[in-house]
Every structure is written in C-alpha cells, then in structure tokens.
Write a protein that binds this ligand. Sequence first.
Ligand SMILES: [Mg+2]
Length: 233
Amino acid sequence: MPYQYLLFDADNTLFDFSEASHLAFAQLLRAEGHDYHETHYATYQAGNELVWREFERGLIDARELRVKRFRLFFERSGLGGDPAVYHQQYMDNLIRATELLSGTLPLLEKLYGRVRMAIITNGLREAQRPRIRKLGLDRYFDHIIVSDEIGSAKPDPAFFDYTFAQLQQPDPERVLVIGDSLSSDIQGGLNYGLDTCWFNPQGKPNEGPVQPRYEVRSIERVWDIVRGAEEEG
Ligand SMILES: [Mg+2]
C-alpha cells in the first residue's frame, strides 16, 4: 500500500451533514412553536457560517460559537428564544438525523486492517463524538481528532501538528487527506505537504488555487487510489 495513513474528514465525507442539519433545524423551529419557512434555514446558515469564520480566526471561542449562531438567527429573523436551549435541541436533532453516506461502509470495510485510518473533523465535541459512535464508525479508526477539543481547526497547521503527534509521526509522504472541503481539508493537507483527495460528489468545478492531487465523485474510488491503481487527477 503506498499510503500508510488515511485522514478522513467526517461531515459530508463519511456522513451526511447538509440534509441532517436542514432537517434538525426545521424540527427545532416547529418544536418551539414557530411556523418554519425555508428562508429561516438560509438565515441560520448565513449566521452559522459567519460565526464559524470568526471562530476559525480566533475572534470567538467555541462556547460563544454555540450560542451566537442562534442569537444572530433571532436578530435576523425576528423570532425569539433562548440560544442555549436552541443549541441543545439542535444538537439532539442533528445527532438523530445524521446517517452514513452510501459509500462509506463498503469503503471502510475494504480498507480496515490494510491501512491505518483516523478521522480529522472540524466541529463541536458534543456533535461529533455521539454521531461517530451512533454510526459505528469508531471501530474503524485509530484516532478521532475533533477541532473543538484541541483548540485549532483545519486548515491550520497546528491542527495537523496535533494529529501527527497523536499518530506518532507517520511519514508525511505516506499520508493521504480525504475530504469534501477545498478550504479546510484540501488546503489543510496542502499547507502540511500532504497528498490530498477531494471528495466532490456533485462534480463542482474547481478553478481556484487549491488543487488536490486526486478528485473522486464516489467515495468508494478512494479504494483504487489507496491500492495505487488510480491514475492521478
Ligand atoms: Mg466536510
């Protein structure tokens, strides 16, 4: 095997985030007695992205992030509620709604025992750990690194310093990063001098500066790359 260690992103790489989050948010609003409209989710998402950017730039901490995204939502939507309560309910709903993506288990079953694997995920501990456990993913992975627990996030090299220390310093030339995000997963791998594989199920164009070594539309094609049978690009 050319690769000794595979570092997988979790959200929208191993399990569904986009649909689960949407569903979790709609359930939350209805349970709190509001009429749910699609514009509400768009409003929440805009604020959520803003607070994650602030978090990644070190402007707010994870405690603030948890409540600020709902505070912003209330300000912008005109609806009212307790941000801490909304955060907790959203988490419960998200954990319940999250499912594996279709190719994940077949791929992990093939890889398991042949190559070492870790999860590297940007997220909150109370969202990431229970979903990974619920979906039975922990048995496949030697290490699970959650940004909230270590105080740095992909693409920051500090996140990869921590990861490499946990993995006992594998040869960087034999480590492959796999994820759906060009700005966190692929950029993070490139910053650290690692090979990268962009999971791009929708075939989105990429004309930007962040160029992965490999690109796959189906996660199961990672198997071909790992066996060294895959052409590049
Ligand atoms: Mg992702």
